[in-house]
Design a protein around this ligand. Structure first.
Ligand code: ACO
Length: 325
């Protein structure tokens, strides 16, 4: 058995921050941000009412409603977040409680930066394929603005907040096909230290170290090299043709230029790479379920379509999946 996505949902914070809003307190401009990233605006959470936990619950409720299932029947919840508002319990346990899911359900979280949703998805597929889950919830939720350094114009303009969720039901369909790769050797490119390190509180630069730090150009080079390569390797490993056997390439929305470069390197028309980055910026692990939700709502995504999902981020980590929607 393999999990098929039968429901999708998303939660986007109400507050919109435009590029011009950034230009009011940073040496930047709408023109620079649009040209270099494709981002025009992003949604920023209210840190009291829109936490990763509350956004996860809202996205999950919508996905459950979209699937038309009784939440009591869910037997596994896996949530991805790198910006969680709780250390314990797992966000998945909070979602379980708020949705009224039974105590027969297993709950845990994964931390894997932007690829988190895909990693959670693959983990759930492992449970389904081994017969340990029949109906699962996979969630990506992030409050990136809580960790952004608003003095660093090279990173803070990139990120947005939000959550996306998918319901996976065990069905007798093609196996989940994927490749996951990591490079801890390149971890210095993109990092954020944990805040509670009392022995280091007085250390110079510690406040900045607990915000996102990114070597933008290095991460860009990594993405435009490894993402096309892993997609080519996926096609070769599972013997499918990128031109003829894929309806859409759903890439992590980090930078429009990364997606355009990937399309070009693969020789696939750009219109097969849907994008919504202009409206949301980089919402990390929420970006792929958010894009899938939008595509379902506007009718682009139809059952039976073949999709390549690919993501990349801190770690460094990157992965690609070939799925039937
Ligand atoms: N406005 C104006 N100028 C800026 C800004 C800004 N917001 N940010 C940087 N600049 C300046 C730099 O200071 C630099 O100036 P200098 O030449 O005088 O030194 C110049 O613009 C060029 O800087 P670069 O960093 O080389 O610009 P680049 O074209 O590489 O774009 C960017 C920067 C957008 C960050 C790009 O490198 C990028 O998108 N990288 C990938 C980021 C990413 O995808 N991260 C994903 C993972 S996220 C995760 O996992 C949590």
């Amino acid at each position: 058995m393999t999990g098929r996505i039968i429901g999708l949902g998303a939660y986007i914070p109400k507050k919109v921050v435009t590029n011009d809003d950034f230009a009011k307190f940073l040496d930047t401009s709408d023109e620079w941000i649009t040209e270099r990233t494709g981002i025009k605006e992003r949604h920023i959470a209210d840190h009291i009412t829109e936490k990763p936990s509350t956004m996860a619950v809202e996205a999950a409720k919508k996905a459950v409603g979209d699937a038309g299932i009784d939440p009591k029947d869910i037997d596994l919840i896996v949530t991805a977040s790198t910006t969680s508002d709780t250390v314990i319990p797992a966000l998945s346990c909070i979602v379980q409680r708020e949705l009224g899911v039974s105590e027969e359900c297993g709950c845990f979280d994964v931390v894997c930066a932007c690829p988190g949703f895909i990693v959670a998805y693959n983990t759930v597929q492992g449970f389904i394929e081994s017969g340990n889950s029949k109906l699962a919830l996979v969630i990506g939720t992030e409050c990136n603005s809580n960790f952004a350094n608003y003095n660093d114009r090279g990173t803070c303009i990139l990120f947005g907040d939000g959550a996306g969720a998918a319901v996976l039901k065990a069905e007798d369909i093609k196996r989940n096909e994927f490749i996951m790769r990591s490079s801890g050797y390149r971890s210095g490119c993109l990092k954020c230290e944990a805040a509670r390190q009392p022995d280091r509180w007085e250390e110079e630069g510690f406040k900045e170290a607990t915000s996102f730090y990114m070597m933008g150009r290095e991460v860009f080079k990594f993405a435009v090299t490894e993402v096309p390569q892993i997609i080519k390797d996926l096609a070769s490993k599972y013997s499918f043709d990128l031109e003829n056997d894929v309806d859409y390439f759903i890439l992590h929305q980090a930078n429009a230029r990364i997606i355009e470069a990937t399309a070009k390197k693969l020789g696939i028309p750009r219109d097969r790479f849907p994008m919504n980055i202009s409206k949301y910026g980089n919402v990390s692990s929420a970006s792929i379920p958010l894009l899938l939700t939008e595509m379902k709502q506007d009718g682009r995504l139809k059952p039976g379509m073949k999709l390549v999902l690919a993501s990349f981020g801190a770690g460094l980590t990157w992965d690609a999946n070939y799925i039937v929607y």
